[in-house]
Write a new protein. Structure first.
Length: 389
């Protein structure tokens, strides 16, 4: 073959090669019978009759998250959630309902599928006996503990609670010494929201610790501050109004300082200053009176007297007048009694003074008494005792 023709022959062979290979493969492949009868089997070509691979259900893999934040943060709050397409009275409702609980941060979370659910706040059972919480409202102006929730994606809600605290009151005097409740008739408190609470005995009482309100950023708790308006003891208010204040959320035992004072009474004779009397009668600011006997000779000390205006009088032989006493600090009071001895001495002195004034400058009045005085002397001389032989 001529060397000039070799390139042309080689190019023609390369062009015919693909067609030759395809006809050879077709000739070697067995024929596939498309007719299928019962009991027969036939080979299946790879991929023949199979559905395309399924895509994982993203909703099942990544369900929506329902998050409920309690305000104020409360641990252990239980929530119940169930689909609304299940009747609440049916057995399916109990099996389909799920519950979740808020953690230490006051937030509860649960994963759910898209749909419409009935969400309910269950009664809170705290671990402390002095604290209780009652549902108040949701953050989207729903005020019922049971509500409907539409879930299309992650949902965040806030549940507000009114928390109350069991508060007990104790009394101390200005020296921080404890006092009994027996003399107090009432205690009046006023909250920072304008509410009033009254204690009439030493029994603890539930006081609201805060109020949940809606702000621009969501629910917010406003803590309540209580101030002591008055404590009535013996008919007198023994505190300065609104000077003593307390937060129930910070402490449940309040020590209230009372303006109580001591008074030391002594009774003395008005002229001779010796102790006199058996006791005193004390009229309190509310009008009632009590009698107290002297502890020693004409002395008595009374403790824990409420501030105010009193009237006191000494019980004893003679004349004692009731006098007012205003207690605003510890005091020592000396009470005077005009005894019968004082009356006799004063009468004698007045009589002597009167006679002296009568005869001074009037000596002629004494001549009236001179004959009588001479006769009296003569009679004394003439009277002698009889002598017996």
């Amino acid at each position: 073959m001529n060397n000039s023709l070799r390139p042309l022959v080689f190019a023609a062979l390369l062009a015919a090669l693909p067609a030759a290979l395809a006809s050879a493969v077709h000739a070697q492949a067995p024929a596939i019978n498309t007719a299928l009868t019962v009991g027969e089997s036939r080979p299946v070509a790879p991929g023949e009759g199979l559905a395309p691979p399924s895509v994982p259900d993203q909703q099942a893999v990544n369900p929506a998250v329902l998050e409920v934040q309690t305000m104020p943060p409360l641990p252990g709050v239980r929530f119940s959630i169930a689909p609304t397409d299940v009747a609440t009275s049916s057995p399916e409702a109990a099996s389909s309902a799920r519950s979740f609980v808020s953690g230490d941060d006051g937030i509860g979370r649960i994963g759910i599928e898209q749909g419409i659910y009935q969400l309910e706040v269950l009664p809170w059972e705290g671990s402390e006996a002095t604290i209780r919480a009652e549902f108040s409202r949701w953050s989207d102006d729903v005020f019922s503990p049971s509500r409907e929730v539409k879930v299309k994606s992650d949902v965040q809600l806030q549940a507000g609670f009114e928390v109350s605290y069991l508060v007990s009151l104790r009394f101390v005097d200005l020296a921080e010494r404890p006092l009994d409740w027996e003399d107090a008739t009432s205690v009046t408190l006023t909250s920072s929201m304008g509410g009033h609470e009254t204690f009439v005995n030493s029994e603890p009482k539930w006081l609201k610790g805060g109020r949940v309100v809606r702000r621009f950023a969501g629910l917010e708790e406003t803590k309540l501050l209580y101030s002591v308006d008055g404590v009535t003891v013996g008919g007198s208010n023994v505190v300065n109004s609104k000077q003593q204040r307390f937060y129930p959320s910070e402490s449940q035992e309040w020590d209230i300082r009372l303006s109580l004072y001591s008074a030391r009474f002594t009774a003395r004779d008005a002229l001779f200053r010796f102790p006199i009397g058996s006791g005193i009668r004390l009229q309190y600011p509310d009008g009632h009176s009590e009698r107290f006997g002297f502890e020693s000779a004409g002395e008595l000390t009374l403790e824990s007297l409420p501030r105010g205006t009193y009237r006191v009088k000494v019980d004893g032989p003679g004349m004692s007048f009731s006098r007012p006493v205003t207690l605003s600090r510890d005091q020592e009071l000396e009470l005077e009694v005009i005894s019968y001895l004082d009356v006799a001495v004063v009468f004698f002195l007045l009589a002597s003074l009167g006679l002296g004034l009568l005869f001074i400058g009037r000596p002629h009045l004494l001549s009236i008494f001179r004959p009588r005085l001479g006769l009296l002397r003569f009679n004394r001389r003439s009277v002698r005792p009889e002598e017996h032989p």
